[in-house]
Write a protein that binds this ligand. Structure first.
Ligand code: 5CA
Length: 442
C-alpha cells in the first residue's frame, strides 16, 4: 500500500476525552473514529488489526474442534422469553420494534439463538459433543461506555457454545476452550491469566475470566505471581485426550477476580508470591449445565433411550477489546508497538527524500520485492519531511521500518529499524529484503 493513496487520518494530539494510552493511540493512529458514545467506525488501519486478531481466534477455535457459523445481530424477543432472560436482562439490552410491531433486540450474546439452532436438528447423543461459534457484533447499552474499544456499546465478540450429553463431557468441552484460550492470547503476545470469576447474567457455577494485567484495567484481580509467566501449552495438544492436568496446573494456584476474591485463601500464599493488581478481561468462559437447554427443550436421546436436556457452556473472547489490551501491553512514548502476529503491516518504507531519483528508485524496488514476496508493506511515498515520516511510523507501530536516505543510497545501503528494540542495521537493499522475507540474499 502506498501511503499517498491510503486513508490514514493520523492526529498530532489525542482528543482530551481519551484517558488511557490505548484509546489515545488508536485515535491518533487513525484506527477508529467515534460515531456515537461507545460506537466506532473501524478505519482501514484499525480494521486490518481487527481482522488479524479475529483470524487468530478463528484458527485456535478450529484447532480445538469448534465449528464456525454466523448468527444474525437481530433476534426475536420471543426467543429470549423462552429462557426467561428477556425481562431479566434489563436496560443493557437494545430493544427494537419492526414495522409489524414485532419485538426484536440487538443481540448482547447468543445462548438462546444457538440453543434454538441446535434443538431444531440434533436429536441423539451420537451427534455430541458439538461446539458452534461465531464472530459477530454485539450491542450492550453499557451505563458507562469508556476507554474506546475497551468498553464499547457495539463491540466484536467471538462466542462459542458447547453441547454435551453429560457433566463429564461438558467439563471436557470447557477444558478444550480453556486450553485454546491460553494459546490464542499467547499468539497475540499477551500474558492472559485464567481467574475464577462471577457468572453474572450468563449463569452457571463454573467460570473463568482471562485477564491481562494492566494498570488501566477495569477489574481488580488477585493471583499467585507464577501464573503470569506460565508458558502456553502450544498447538500440539491432544484435544480429545485428557486436558484436565493442563487445566489443573493453572487452577491449582490462586487466581480470582474481585467478585470471587477469598481474602483468607489469598493470605495463605507466601507474601512475595502474592499479586494484587488491575486487569483487562479479554475473555470469559462459562459452564451452565441445563440453564438454557431445559426451559428451551434442547433435548437429545441418551444411550438408554431416555431424553435428556443437553449440558451447555459458552465461551467469549472480546475481539475488539483485544486491540486496546494489546496496545496497553505494548507501547512507548512514540506510539504503538505491534506484535508481528497482529501488525497492520509488517514493514513501513520511509523515503527520506521523495523526488530524489536514487531514493525513489530504491524505494520502488523494495516495495515491489516485498509485495512480490507476500509481505504486507506500507510505503510512505508522501512528500512529508523525514522527521514527520518517522513520527508517523513510530505512532502506527509497524514492527519494521525500512529507511531509504540519499547518503545511504549513495553508499549502496538502506537502514532497517526494529520498532520494538530501536536497533538499526545498515545493509545493501537485497540483504534487508532477505531479512524481511526470511530468504537468503540473492
Ligand atoms: N455469552 C458469554 C460468553 S460467549 C458472554 O457474553 N460473556 S461476556 O459477557 O463475558 O463477554 C465476553 C467477552 O466480551 C468479555 O470477556 C469481554 O472481553 C468482551 N466484552 C464484554 N462486554 C464488552 C464491551 N462492552 N466492550 C468490549 N468488549 C466487551
Amino acid at each position: 500500500m502506498r501511503l499517498s493513496r491510503y486513508f490514514l487520518p493520523v492526529l498530532k494530539e489525542a482528543p482530551s476525552d481519551a484517558q488511557i494510552a490505548s484509546h489515545q493511540l488508536m485515535l491518533r493512529a487513525g484506527m477508529i473514529r467515534q460515531e456515537a458514545a461507545g460506537i466506532y467506525a473501524w478505519l482501514p488501519l484499525g480494521l486490518r488489526v481487527l481482522n488479524k486478531i479475529e483470524q487468530i481466534v478463528r484458527e485456535e477455535m478450529d484447532r480445538a474442534g469448534a465449528i464456525e457459523l454466523l448468527m444474525p445481530t437481530l433476534q426475536l424477543a420471543d426467543l429470549w422469553r423462552e429462557s426467561g432472560r428477556y425481562d431479566a436482562y434489563g436496560p443493557e439490552m437494545l430493544r427494537i420494534t419492526d414495522r409489524h410491531e414485532r419485538e426484536l433486540l440487538y443481540g448482547p450474546t447468543n445462548e438462546e439463538m444457538v440453543t434454538e439452532i441446535f434443538r431444531a436438528s440434533v436429536r441423539s447423543y451420537k451427534d455430541l459433543p458439538k461446539n458452534l461459534y461465531h464472530v459477530q457484533w454485539k450491542f450492550r447499552d453499557e451505563r458507562r461506555p469508556r476507554f474506546g474499544v475497551m468498553r464499547g456499546r457495539e463491540f466484536l465478540m467471538k462466542d462459542a457454545y458447547s453441547f454435551d450429553l453429560d457433566a463429564e463431557g461438558a467439563r471436557k468441552s470447557y477444558n478444550r476452550m480453556f486450553v485454546a484460550y491460553l494459546n490464542l492470547y499467547a499468539r497475540m503476545g499477551l500474558k492472559a491469566v485464567p481467574m475464577r470469576a462471577d457468572t453474572g447474567p450468563i449463569g452457571g457455577d463454573l467460570s473463568h475470566e482471562f485477564i491481562v494485567l494492566a494498570e488501566t484495567g477495569e477489574s481488580a484481580v488477585f493471583c499467585h505471581k507464577d501464573l503470569v509467566e506460565m508458558d502456553p501449552p502450544g498447538a500440539d495438544v491432544d484435544w480429545y485426550g485428557d486436558l484436565q492436568p493442563l487445566v489443573d496446573q493453572r487452577t491449582a494456584l490462586y487466581a480470582a477476580t474481585e467478585e470471587m476474591h477469598d481474602e483468607a485463601a489469598f493470605d495463605a500464599i507466601p507474601e512475595g508470591d502474592r499479586l494484587s493488581a488491575r486487569g483487562i478481561e479479554v475473555g470469559h468462559i462459562f459452564s451452565f449445565g441445563t440453564k438454557y437447554s431445559e426451559p428451551m427443550k434442547a433435548n437429545v436421546m441418551g444411550p438408554d433411550g431416555k431424553e435428556v436436556a443437553v449440558q451447555m457452556g459458552s465461551y467469549g473472547v472480546g475481539v475488539s477489546r483485544l486491540l486496546g489490551a494489546i496496545i496497553e501491553a505494548s507501547h512507548d512514548e512514540g506510539g504503538i508497538i505491534w506484535p508481528e502476529s497482529v501488525a497492520p503491516f509488517h514493514v513501513g518504507i520511509v523515503n527520506m527524500r521523495q523526488g530524489d531519483a536514487a531514493c525513489d528508485g530504491a524505494c520502488e524496488a523494495a516495495y515491489k520485492a516485498l509485495q512480490a514476496a507476500g509481505v504486507d508493506v506500507l510505503y510512505d511515498d508522501t512528500d512529508a519531511r523525514g522527521g514527520a515520516k518517522f513520527a508517523t511510523m513510530d505512532l502506527i507501530g509497524l514492527p519494521w521500518q525500512l529507511i531509504v536516505g540519499p547518503k545511504g543510497v549513495a553508499e549502496g545501503v538502506v537502514e532497517l529499524k526494529n520498532r520494538k528494540t530501536g536497533e538499526r542495521v545498515s545493509e545493501p537493499l537485497d540483504a534487508v529484503i532477505a531479512r524481511l522475507t526470511g530468504k537468503a540474499a540473492a
